[in-house]
Ligand binder design. Structure first.
Ligand code: UD1
Length: 366
């Protein structure tokens, strides 16, 4: 029987990263299985992405759901032990930095199965972020470390990782963006709210450090409501944030300015909204990269980023959570050009192809 590769996906930011990997393994005729851990389970946080990105149905869904981080990680590990034992892969591919990424890496390693980490080496140097710990631990175990930007290579080398394990293959998320950009542009999703291209800002917020801390959330909200008086704000609200905004007594109906609060968007609508935006205000890791690739100005509502190339070359600025800092930066962006920065050199739509080919060569398959 031909050796098989198992890909793991658990949460929303994973789905756009596995899509091109599945495509290239299929094109090269490699047997593969897809495991959904079930960390994200709402239709809008999960199924929509599989459908729109043409990812085949997962072979199995572990259904871990929400819960404490320990419960999530333990649930994924136990589920994967059974999966890997029944359908033993030649290698496991994990992407990103969510709890499912770490859990799958440990489970595979304990069963003696090599692991490839896609989007390796990113470091915010902020150990209070659960994702930072997931990144450090995953990279310390994984056998192939596929990096998306040069800082990833530098960080791994500094941490003592052998250079032959590190491969700078580029950004798989941008592969997916390029494949769907035309469809997203044609859709012009902003027209649904009678908005024009470059005539609105998009906001996303979900980091625990911003939304679970009342002072931070209130401070960000005050800035956003002020900005909404100058430019309409479209805010697709993450489930975690929805609960926190309600706790704060925030009411979209009475918010100042033009404030458009909506459910999480699917991939293509979101891409169309980001591509058409004048400005993004976000604490997402992925959106820092997606705006950089589209040269859309991005204000990151964090003190640090694990994706420094989006600041040094791209269109991203770190502005933190304080009202005045956000307002000053937003006004300066709104007074400048609509599109800024440069696209990093190897964000060229071919990252997944390079990764698939490297795995095939090293595993001696296909
Ligand atoms: C997770 C990732 C984060 C990623 C984010 C994208 C970790 C540590 N964090 O954070 O890196 O940027 O996903 O969304 O893995 N919920 C739903 N429906 C869902 C999923 C979640 O209602 O489909 C709610 C639940 O109440 C849950 C909360 O959202 O408790 C948080 O979900 P969880 O997966 O624990 O973490 P995220 O904050 O989404």
């Amino acid at each position: 029987m031909q050796p098989q590769i198992t890909l793991i996906a658990g949460a929303r930011p994973n789905f756009m990263k596995i899509a091109p990997l599945v495509k290239w393994l299929d094109r090269r005729g490699v047997a593969r299985r897809i495991v959904h851990t079930g960390q994200h389970y709402d239709e809008r946080m999960s199924e929509t992405f599989f459908r729109e990105l043409s990812i085949p149905e997962p072979d199995v869904n572990l259904g871990v759901g929400s819960g404490s981080h320990v419960a999530q990680i333990a649930g994924v590990m136990q589920g994967l032990e059974a999966e890997f034992t029944t359908h033993r892969p030649a290698a496991v591919v994990v992407v990103g930095d969510v709890n499912s990424t770490l859990a799958a890496t440990i489970a595979a390693n304990k069963l003696g199965i090599p692991v490839a980490h896609v989007e390796a080496g990113l470091r915010s140097r902020d150990r209070t972020m659960p994702e930072e710990i997931n990144r450090i631990l995953t990279d310390s175990i994984a056998d192939w470390l596929f990096t998306s930007e040069p800082s990833g290579n530098e960080n791994l080398v500094q941490e003592g990782v052998a250079e032959e394990r590190i491969h700078h293959t580029g950004n798989v998320m941008i592969d997916t963006q390029q494949s769907h950009l035309e469809a997203a542009r044609q859709r012009e999703p902003y027209r649904r709210w009678e908005l024009d291209r470059c005539g609105y800002a998009v906001v996303t917020l979900h980091r625990p450090s911003n939304v679970d801390d009342r002072e931070h959330l209130q401070s960000i909200l005050t800035a956003l409501e002020t900005i909404a008086r100058e430019i309409p704000i479209v805010f697709p609200v993450h489930p975690r944030t929805k609960a926190r905004l309600a706790d704060l007594g925030h009411d979209a109906a009475t918010a100042a300015g033009r404030w458009i609060e909506i459910e999480p968007l699917g991939y293509i609508d979101m891409l169309g909204m980001v591509d058409g935006a004048r400005l993004l205000l976000t604490d997402s890791g992925g959106l820092q990269e997606e705006t950089t690739a589209l040269q859309v100005p991005c204000l990151t509502l964090r003190e640090n980023t694990e994706r420094p190339i989006t600041v040094t070359q791209g269109s991203n600025q770190l502005v933190g959570w304080k009202t005045e800092d956000i307002l000053t930066a937003a006004r300066s962006v709104l007074a400048g050009p609509d599109r800024i920065g440069q696209v990093p050199p190897n964000w060229d739509g071919r990252a997944a192809e390079r990764i698939a080919d490297r795995l095939i060569r090293d595993l001696g398959i296909a």
